[in-house]
Design a protein around this ligand. Structure first.
Ligand code: F6P
Length: 325
C-alpha cells in the first residue's frame, strides 16, 4: 500500500494553453480538500531543475479561473531531456518533500511526466495543448478556446474577403497536427485545408480557389496548418501569379491562438481533469494521464500516451470537402 500523501506539486510545461489556470485552481483546491499541501513549480521542467518552487494555497489561486496563460509560467526545457537535468530535478523534488506531481501540458510534457514516473516519482499528467494532439483523450485543455479564436478571426476575414472578391490563406498553429486547421475548416466553411496528414500540391490549391470562383462564390478561404509543408507567404505568391479569378491575401494568426480567456468547455474540462488528477493520486494511482472519454474523465497509462501518435481524424477531411461545395 502506498504511503499516504501530504505534499504534492503542480506544474505547467511546454506551450501554454487557455484553461491551464483553471486547472491549477482545481488541483490546489482539490488537494486542500484532502488536507494536502501544494507546491507550485515555476517555469515547467526548467524550474524543477532550478528548484523554483512556491507554496500554493486555495487563496493563491483565487481569481485566475478566467485568465489565459499560466500563473506558474512555462518553458520548453531542453535540459530535462538530459540525465544531468533529470538528476537535478529529482534532487529538488526530494529536498522539498514533494511526494507526487501533477504535470499539466502537451505531448512533450507527458514525455517528461513519464520520465519522472520511470524514476520512481508518483505522477499524474493532465493534457493541455491548443493542438489536441495528445493520444488517449478526446480533447485537451485549451483546444476549444483556440478553435473559437480562429473561428472569430476567419469570420471577420470572410467579411472583407466577400466584399473584395478575394481568397484568403489563413495560417493556423499545429506543427505536427492538422486538428486545428481541419476543425476550423469545418466550423468556418473553408474551401480547403492544408494539413500535415494530407499532401496537397500548389496546383490543387489553385484549383480549389478557381472552382470556388467559377461556382459563383464571392470569396475563398484556405486554411494552412503551420506544419502542412507549404509556407503560407510563398504559397500566396505563387497563387497570385495564377489566373484563378480571386487574388489571394495572407493572414497568419500566430500566438493570438494561444491566449485569451478560456471558453466554458475549456474551463469545465480543465477543472474536471484537475479534480480527477488529485483524487487519483490520493487513491494511489501513478504513471497515468487523465483523459476525456465521452462523458467521463478516465485514466490512461502515460506509457501509451508517449508511444502512440495522435493525428487529425481524416473522416472529417472528406466531410469538409463535401460541405465546401
Ligand atoms: O504546441 C503548441 C504550439 O502552439 C504549436 O501549435 C506551435 O507549433 C508551437 O506551439 C509554437 O511554439 P513556440 O510558442 O515555442 O514558438
Amino acid at each position: 500500500m502506498d504511503k499516504k500523501l501530504s505534499t504534492i506539486a503542480v506544474m505547467t510545461a511546454g506551450g501554454d494553453a487557455p484553461g491551464m489556470n483553471a486547472c491549477i485552481r482545481a488541483v490546489v483546491r482539490t488537494a486542500s480538500a484532502h488536507n494536502l499541501d501544494v507546491i507550485g513549480v515555476m517555469n515547467g521542467f526548467e524550474g524543477l531543475i532550478e528548484g523554483e518552487l512556491r507554496p500554493l494555497s486555495p487563496r493563491d489561486v483565487g481569481g485566475i479561473l478566467g485568465r489565459g496563460g499560466t500563473i506558474l509560467q512555462t518553458h520548453r526545457s531542453l535540459r530535462f531531456k538530459e540525465l544531468e537535468g533529470q538528476r537535478e530535478a529529482l534532487r529538488h523534488i526530494n529536498e522539498a518533500g514533494i511526494e507526487a506531481i501533477v504535470v499539466i501540458g502537451g505531448d512533450g510534457s507527458m514525455r517528461g511526466a513519464q520520465i519522472l514516473s520511470q524514476q520512481g516519482v508518483r505522477v499524474v499528467g493532465i493534457p493541455a495543448s491548443i493542438d489536441n494532439d495528445v493520444w488517449g483523450t478526446q480533447l485537451t485543455i485549451g483546444v476549444d478556446t483556440t478553435l473559437n479564436t480562429i473561428m472569430d478571426a476567419i469570420d471577420k476575414l470572410r467579411d472583407t474577403a466577400s466584399s473584395h472578391n478575394r481568397a484568403f490563406l489563413v495560417e493556423t498553429m499545429g506543427r505536427g497536427s492538422g486538428y486545428l486547421a481541419l476543425m476550423a475548416g469545418i466550423a468556418c466553411g473553408a474551401e480547403m485545408v492544408l494539413i500535415p496528414e494530407v499532401q496537397v500540391s500548389v496546383a490543387e490549391v489553385g484549383r480549389a480557389i478557381e472552382d470556388a470562383y467559377k461556382r459563383g462564390k464571392n470569396h475563398a478561404i484556405v486554411i494552412n496548418a503551420e506544419g502542412s509543408g507549404h509556407r503560407t507567404t510563398d504559397l500566396a505568391e505563387t497563387l497570385n501569379k495564377m489566373d484563378l479569378g480571386f487574388k489571394t491575401r495572407v493572414t497568419i494568426l500566430g500566438h493570438i491562438q494561444r491566449g485569451g480567456t478560456p471558453s466554458a468547455l475549456t474551463r469545465i474540462i480543465a477543472m474536471r481533469m484537475g479534480y480527477k488528477a488529485v483524487t487519483s493520486l490520493v487513491e494511489g494511482q501513478s504513471g497515468m494521464m487523465v483523459a476525456l472519454h465521452g462523458r467521463e474523465v478516465k485514466l490512461v497509462a502515460l506509457e501509451d500516451v508517449v508511444t502512440k501518435p495522435r493525428s487529425a481524424n481524416l473522416d472529417y477531411y472528406e466531410m469538409m470537402r463535401v460541405l465546401a461545395r
